[in-house]
Design a protein around this ligand. Structure first.
Ligand SMILES: [Zn+2]
Length: 384
């Protein structure tokens, strides 16, 4: 088809039987065990190496199977992937020490997962409602859409609220989307989620704001319950009220994440469908982490997720995303004549250019400037 071969993930809800859920739990446990054993052995051989100069040996999952025979009862590819995950965590740590040393995997973490690979049909959709997986009977799957392409691997996960999902990573041939000849600039904001250079104002999704408000309230209640348990001298693990509230908070977190994801997926797909070049402000990622206010941090997290969706979708479909430096004075210039009007206080939503007289909406003007700057940067690279 002349398209691009990419790895695309398709996520579905799973409905395991009690027995299957037990086998999932067992596999999560074995993956955790192998991961932690390897981490332990690596740390130990590193210390030995420091003391004696003895060469560091990297153990493999197979070596643990004699010592812990129960490991043989679960999918061996899941264990092999645990090893790969640990290697990746190590590599990250050595490349970026600030990202932190690989952490132990805890049984207490309600979110658990494992990844297994497709080997000549060991992972497959059956009869439109079952998922075939290694080492178990087919699991009920809610197939709301067909996965596209060849299944390479499957990641089975359990969420805090006890739901099961599978993410099927597929090798997919993606044909490019038709060129539209359109270029758009996007200004990010707080009052609106985004303002486009064609004048469109994309509001922050109301349903998301409502869930976020409920979440904030639930979090305050959780911290009161924490205080109460401490005052009563109860362990948090034994305080039923605390545990109930903790699960509620976790469920709301899941809900916020899902609603946000749906919104961002739709918006980024629309943009890639309708425009060839999308110019956006780049983000100050370090600044994001420091922000403690919930509303603000949710918004910023949305932005970085939005940019990443936009970027990979543009790459898939033959479109372009240009990131304009965040110090570019998008709100100071007149988009009609380029007159530098200088900084304006945040409450000034509209203004008229003293040079050419054009009346501007602050955010639309900013997005027009981002559009122009994006085009200028592209010309610099000779791409367009
Ligand atoms: Zn002007």
């Amino acid at each position: 088809m002349g398209g691009l071969i990419v790895l695309k993930a398709f996520k579905y809800r799973l409905e395991p039987t009690t027995q299957q859920a037990e086998l999932f739990a067992k596999t999560f446990g074995c993956v955790r065990k192998v991961y932690n054993l390897m981490l332990h052995d690596r740390i130990e051989s590193y210390q030995k190496n420091q003391e004696t100069g003895e060469k560091i040996k990297f153990p493999t999952p197979a070596q643990y199977k004699n010592e812990f025979p129960f490991l043989k009862e679960v999918d061996s590819l899941a264990l092999a992937n645990a090893q790969l995950h640990l290697n990746t965590a190590y590599r990250h740590f050595f490349q970026q020490p600030a990202s932190g040393f690989p952490k132990w995997k805890s049984r207490k973490n309600p979110v658990q997962s494992y990844t297994t690979n497709n080997q000549k049909g060991t992972i497959a959709i059956q009869a439109g409602r079952y998922l075939k997986l290694p080492k178990m009977k087919p699991v009920r799957i809610k197939l709301h859409r067909q996965p596209e392409g060849v299944i390479k691997s499957a990641t089975i996960s359990r969420t805090v609220s006890g739901k099961y999902f599978v993410s099927l990573l597929c090798e997919t041939d993606i044909p490019p989307k038709p060129q539209t000849g359109s270029v758009i600039g996007i200004d990010l904001g707080l009052a609106h989620f985004a303002v486009f250079s064609d004048g469109t104002k994309v509001p922050n999704p109301r349903v998301l704001a409502q869930t976020a408000a409920t979440l904030a309230k639930a979090q305050r209640k959780l911290s009161r319950r924490t205080q109460q348990a401490k005052k009563d001298g109860h362990l948090l693990s034994e305080s039923r009220n605390y545990q109930k509230q903790r699960i509620l908070v976790a469920k709301l977190h899941e809900k916020v994440a899902n609603q946000r994801n749906d919104f961002l997926n739709k918006l980024s797909t629309d943009l890639v469908n309708n425009h060839d070049v999308i110019s956006v402000e780049s983000l100050n990622v370090k600044g994001l982490v420091r922000n403690r206010r919930l509303a603000r941090s949710l918004h910023d997290a949305s932005w970085s997720s939005f940019l990443s969706k936009l970027t990979y979708k543009a790459a898939w479909y033959g479109k372009q995303v240009v990131q304009v430096d965040r110090w570019f004075p998008s709100s100071q210039l007149c988009s009609a004549c380029g007159h530098p009007g200088g900084k304006k206080a945040l409450h000034i939503r509209e203004w008229s250019c003293p040079s050419c007289g054009v009346h501007h909406d602050r955010d639309v003007n900013a997005s027009l400037n981002i559009r122009t700057e994006g085009l200028r940067l592209l010309q610099g690279t000779g791409v367009r």
